[in-house]
Design a protein around this ligand. Sequence first.
Ligand SMILES: *Cc1c(COP(=O)(O)O)cnc(C)c1O
Length: 375
Amino acid sequence: MNSVPSPARIPFLDLHAQYLTIRDDIHRAIEGVFEESRFVLGPAVARFEESFAAYCGVKHAVGVTNGTNALILLFTAAGIGPGDEVIVPANTFVATAEAVCRAGATPVFVDCDADTGLIDPSAVAAALTEKTKAVVPVHLYGQMAPMREVAAVAEPRGIAVFEDACQAHGARQDGKRAGSVGKAAAFSFYPGKNLGAAGEAGAVVTNDEELAARLRLLRNHGMPRKYVHDLVGFNARMHGIQGAVLSVKLPHLDAWNARRRAIAARYDAAFAHLPDIRPMRVVPGNEHVYHLYVIRSTRRDALAAHLAAAGIETGIHYPYPIHLQKAYADSGKGQGSLPRAEALAGDILSLPIYPELPDTHVDEVVAAIRDFATH
Ligand SMILES: *Cc1c(COP(=O)(O)O)cnc(C)c1O
């Protein structure tokens, strides 16, 4: 008999738990969009753009359909296209590299720091060529990439630094929010992100007036006004319902991130003395928002199986570095070329973390890991 796997007792993520905490506000917000009946862009999106820009500490936010399109539009708006190279980490969600290709340019994969998983600035320096137009540090798992070090490599050569902030809503580095440090930044509001929509949504944030204006044109068929087309654009407009839902959620983001940090601290304390359970390092000066809580173990697959047997769901972010994927086989980087990213893929494990996860569940995860690590 084929059995349907029963849902995990302790799920990796529980979006319904969050919905229950803001249910009435969400229903009112969605009703408001129907009352206005402005379903694409419109006032609900404009209101969210204004508050999200202010939250990030930048002048402009441009609401789009998802984080991948935010990156594609950003590269296109910056004039990046065929013949240009864009440096990206090999250990990220595929969209960072995919967007470079969709803009017509070539992704150049580089290695990461072994203890943080963040892009290695010296690898960026080594990858620069005459064709390099931009570097895209990814704020992986919720802590910001080494922006000062990357800027020191890129800026003297006039190379733009764009943040992939899709995992780092609200994170800070030396007091500055993710999204406010590079020339511009892409955010995703995919439901499972720290700030998640009720479907697909994304945004580009920037202080650059001209870039923002070009992004507003590009997301809407290159149209400054009806049926006048100044650019070959896209249809990538944020939906009104997503703007309204995100406006309800944004005021909660800091408290939700604080709860994620409290859960991470509980995990950190428990793992400090366990053999072969090594949490990813947090860089001083970084305020981490723990989109993911990631540990390393040389027995990762056995550990994941042990947790699954105990009803605890885990994930791997990400199991295959992009330069080894079939779709990116022409990157010229084979097995062994980016050894730290390749090693990480083999021993990382993401544990349950979300604001509504109760301490009792955290303690159960800890107990199951302690049981595994000490036997
Ligand atoms: C989620 C994510 C994206 C893509 O966002 P979508 O909204 O799913 O298109 C891009 N980069 C990173 C690092 C992400 O985690």
